[in-house]
Design a protein around this ligand. Structure first.
Ligand code: HEC
Length: 157
């Protein structure tokens, strides 16, 4: 037998090595599992932003918030055709992209509508749910949906 094999059959050393190897392999597997789970969670929670906004942190953040909280009523493109839009009571969801906003054009107003909602309609207020940054980001994203320039005051509050 080669010397190395003979060595491994004597004494308690191999057992110690085996344990160490097992621990390293075990930790490695747990690490890989964790990595896999985080990548999965990341992919699920953050669908990829369209290319034109991926490089714009404010709009990319707004996109994430919009996808999660607004699409159900307002629809992916903001036309008011989200999956539950037709089943809502009260005034229609309306089209955010048609160039007219019922509650005004100024960023303070748009942000206020999003923060406070609209009484007697299905539009909820989000002020208690979002951080100020999220609120600002999703407001900016509404301008983007309407193909308008994001107002400067939303970029630097
Ligand atoms: C449960 C359905 C629902 C959800 C969810 C919802 N909205 Fe609305 N939203 C409405 C309805 C209905 C209106 C119309 C209110 C009205 O007629 O005054 C509206 C109106 C608006 C308006 C005013 C549009 C205008 O013409 O002035 C904005 C801006 C808006 N929503 C943004 C958002 C944003 C951003 C989100 C996500 C954070 C969101 N909404 C989530 C139902 C919803």
């Amino acid at each position: 037998l080669p010397e190395s094999l003979q060595d491994s059959e004597t004494g308690p050393a191999p057992l110690r090595i085996d344990r160490r190897v097992a621990r390293v392999v075990g930790l490695g597997l747990i690490g890989l599992l964790g990595l896999g789970l985080s990548v999965f969670a990341l992919l699920r929670s953050a669908p990829e932003a369209p290319r034109e906004i991926a490089s714009d942190p404010l709009l990319a953040a707004g996109f994430g918030v919009y996808r999660e909280r607004c699409v159900s009523c307002h629809g992916e493109s903001g036309r008011g055709d989200g999956p539950i839009a037709k089943s809502l009571q009260g005034p229609k969801v309306g089209d955010l992209t048609d160039g007219t906003w019922k509650h005004g054009e100024k960023p303070e107003r748009v942000e206020e509508v999003i923060a406070k909602g609209v009484a007697n309609t299905a539009m909820p207020g989000w002020g208690g749910t979002f951080s100020p940054e999220q609120l600002r980001a999703v407001t900016a994203y509404v301008y983007h949906l309407a193909r308008r320039d994001v107002p400067a005051e939303l970029r630097s509050p």
